[in-house]
Every structure is written in structure tokens, then in C-alpha cells.
Design a protein around this ligand. Sequence first.
Ligand code: PEP
Ligand code: MN
Length: 338
Amino acid sequence: MIVAMQENATEEQIDAVIEVMEECGVDVHRTTGAMQTILAAVGPTAGLDITKFEVLPGVMHVHRISSPYKLAGRAFRPQGTVIEFPNGASIGGAQVAIIAGPCAIENREQIFAIAKCVNAAGGSFLRGGAFKPRTSPYSFQGLGIDGLKLMREAADAHGLATVSEVMEIAQIEPMLPYVDCFQVGARNMQNFNLLRELGQVRKPVLLKRGIAATIEELLMSSEYILSGGNYQVILCERGIRTYETSTRNTMDIAAIPVLKKLSHLPVVGDPSHGTGRRDMVAPMAKAAVAAGCDALLIEIHPNADKSVSDAAQTLYLEQFEKLVGELQVIAQAVGRTL
Ligand code: PEP
Ligand code: MN
């Protein structure tokens, strides 16, 4: 149930409504917009009589939300969510953000060269894996915290925010000094214990869609983080597994406008994992911007073919620079900047 307060509702009226809601045994999540305060009830709302709330002073509308994702649903924040980062960048506003970096942080020289390139191209986010979820236990598993230290240094040297994947609860605390945004990988989208714990963190979380997850399942997973009080969640379309074998995954471009319609959360397109092929990254990046994504996540490497992971889908730095230039035109055509 969502209670939308009148524009001129007083704090006393808002508090009184919250009190009545809590007396009914639900948790109340409040969002205060420029014009209006919205109160979302989470918990046993099925038996609630909405007229009880409609008649309270200062209340404008009360909606029963049939969707199971109350906090991720658009109705909770009709104006959309914009997530701000310490380097001044944001995701969810008019500007389409660029998040780029290697699949895995490999060494100092690599991550510094990439950070320099991301900044020069106009990107604001450096991504790099330090804990890698590899299909084979014999493949490179990442540099761990040492890798994150290198990425933090490189990012700070070039004014970038950092994004890196967290694979388990025990990694959250040691990662905190080095990451501005936790990434939850496709394989962990339904690791509910991890999601709940990230709900307690007060840093943004980029949540990737699982390889066989529906859009509703992705939204329900985001609800685990939001219900802990961490409202800084970014959803990511990174391709799903289908019967098609021409690309590593099938990039579900339609998921972008669907998510934007159903949810207020920012949406990222990941054409690197979405296609698994270097030659398909640029066209799908353009399609994602045209479809309304708020950010792109792109894997890049100075020596892409020699990347220790995901080499086939990794762009060379020159290809990335060229792509960002081309994306300006697409962004402009859909009323965004880049
Ligand atoms: C990655 O971003 O490098 C990654 C492992 O992504 P995904 O979880 O989407 O496979
Ligand atoms: Mn990767």
C-alpha cells in the first residue's frame, strides 16, 4: 500500500499517518520528494482497509499496490531515483553514465592505463573485478583486496568512482574502503543472504540480472536490498541465456524500457556480457542508450585479446573512445547527454 501525502501536508500529519500505519503492523518506508511525501507500507497489507488512511488529514491518495515489489516499484518514487557518488557523478539523471574497466584487475600498469582512458573519454566510473566468479575453479580468481587497492589508487588519480563485484558477505567489510558501488553478479542475483546484508550497507549496489531470471525476479531481488533501508540500487541488464548460440547471452534490450516503466531504479545496460563478442558491443551499447538506459557498463583493456578473463568481449581502448563519441549522437537523439 502506498500513501501519497498532499503537497502541503505538515510533518505532524505525516507522523500521524506513519503512526497509524505502524499500528497496523506494517513497516513504513518514507520518501520525500521536492513536491510530495510518499509512504510505502511493507508487510501484511492485504487485510488493510485503505479508506482508514484516505480519511486521515494531509492524505491525498492511497493506492493498493498489487505488484510484489513495493519499494522497487515506480509508484514508490514516481520521479525516479538518482544515485550520487563521491566524485560528483550520478546515475539516473539526464546524463547517461559510463562505467568501464577490465573484467579483472590484473596489475598496476593495466588499471592505471584504463583509468586514464575512462576519464579522457568522459566516463566517471572505473569497474574492475577483484573477486571473480569463474565457471572453472582453475581459471584466474582475481587479485582480491590487493587488486581493489590498485583500482582505488587509479580511480582517485583520475577522479573516478569505483565499482567491483562482491561475492560473499565476508567480503563486504574489507571492500568498503575501496569501492563506491558494490556489484552483485548474475550468478549471485538470488543469493538472498548477500542481498539482505547489502541492504544494511549505505553504498550503492549494482544488481545484475541472473542468466535465467525474469524481470520480476530481478525486481524481487532488488527488494531484498531496498527493504533493509539501502535505497541506492541500480539494476543491470547483462543478457540472459536463451536457445540462441550466436552470442554468449541474449541481450534483452526490451528489459530496459520495461524496467524503467515498472521501477524508479536506474537501469544499466551491459553489452559486454550481453553479447560476449567484441564486434557486437558497440551496436548493443547504442541500442541500450536508445532504449533509455541510465548507464552503460563496458569491459575494456589496453591489450584486450590478452585479458585474463572475458577477452573476446573486451574492447581495446581506441574502440571504446570511438564508441563513446558515437554514443553522444544517440544520447542526444533520445533527450539525454553523455
Ligand atoms: C563481470 O561484470 O565481469 C561479471 C562477472 O558479470 P556477470 O555477473 O554479469 O557475468
Ligand atoms: Mn566480465
